[in-house]
Write a protein that binds this ligand. Structure first.
Ligand code: KIV
Length: 275
């Protein structure tokens, strides 16, 4: 075997080994420049299909295509060099059969250079997860509030508030862990249930709107930057970029209208590198 270049990225086994250890820091990312900015601070970058809403103004994730995921996935891989990059499989690209899932997941890995894929669904997807992981495709699971299921769920609702729902969600987590998922996103799951699942399974749980007791946390980057028009209540905003952008656009417009523009003598010379 010849080795071309050693990657400095975190690997799937390294993330898997963080079960019960130092919390795993994850954020979503959809484009190269923001990936470069957040990459040094996170363990895992998820190219989530939430990009349908965040980048394209869609109402939900159902209209996201594999080509969209691949274009954004490749950009995030180009922009980052240390975090593990995981790309979401969008609705309709993996549920039909294991072969269909393999075909699309392998294409995603080849064309983006990502290290793993994520798909939604628990017990019902376990066969597919096993099939993929046995064939060189690391899989991150996603259970609880699964946005691709929005029409079946009748909206985005916290799962497991009612204890009757617990056994199925616990089976979902266990089935994915046994099928070989290297980590599982617990989205919108009542905290006591998320804690119970985190203690019961032997792979890291990554919480979003679930519990601080998960092995890691993920947020949609634009939500925590204050860039999204609406954010779920559990999201802490670490910046207010939306307001800053609007202010900057207003200041720019005022300059243009006042013909207050810098002299264009160095037109395309670059400013010094910004760190
Ligand atoms: O699509 C996405 O961004 C996600 C995260 C919110 C977990 O699945």
């Amino acid at each position: 075997m010849s080795v071309q270049r050693r990657s400095a990225r975190l690997t799937v086994p390294e993330i898997r080994a963080r079960k019960g250890q130092e919390p795993i820091v994850c954020l979503t990312s959809y484009h190269a420049h923001t990936a470069a900015l957040i990459d040094p601070h996170v363990d895992l970058l998820l190219v989530g299909d939430s990009l349908g809403m965040v980048m394209y103004g869609m109402e939900n994730t159902l209209g996201v295509s594999l080509d969209m995921m691949i274009a954004h996935g490749a950009a995030v891989v180009r922009g980052s060099d240390s975090a593990l990059v995981v790309v979401d499989m969008p609705f309709g690209t993996y549920e039909e059969s294991r072969a269909h899932a393999f075909h699309n997941a392998a294409r995603t890995m080849k064309e983006t250079g990502c290290q793993a894929i994520k798909l939604e669904g628990g017990e019902r997807m376990a066969d597919t997860v096993h099939h993929l992981t046995q064939r060189g495709i690391p899989v991150m699971g996603h259970i609880g509030l699964t946005p691709q299921n929005v029409n079946v769920m009748g909206g985005f609702k916290t799962q497991g508030r009612n204890k009757d729902e617990w056994p199925q969600i616990e089976r979902d987590a266990q089935a994915l862990a046994e099928a070989g998922a290297f980590a599982i996103v617990l989205e919108g799951i009542a905290a006591p249930l998320a804690d119970k699942i985190s203690s019961a399974i032997n792979v890291p749980t990554i919480g979003i709107g679930a519990s601080a007791g998960c092995d890691g946390q993920i947020l949609v980057t634009e939500d925590m930057l204050g860039l999204s028009p609406q954010v779920p209540k559990f999201v802490k905003e670490f910046a207010t970029l939306g307001a800053q952008i609007a202010k900057a656009a207003e200041a720019y417009a005022n300059d243009v209208r006042a013909r207050k523009f810098p002299e264009q003598k160095h037109t395309y010379a670059l400013k010094e590198d910004k760190e």
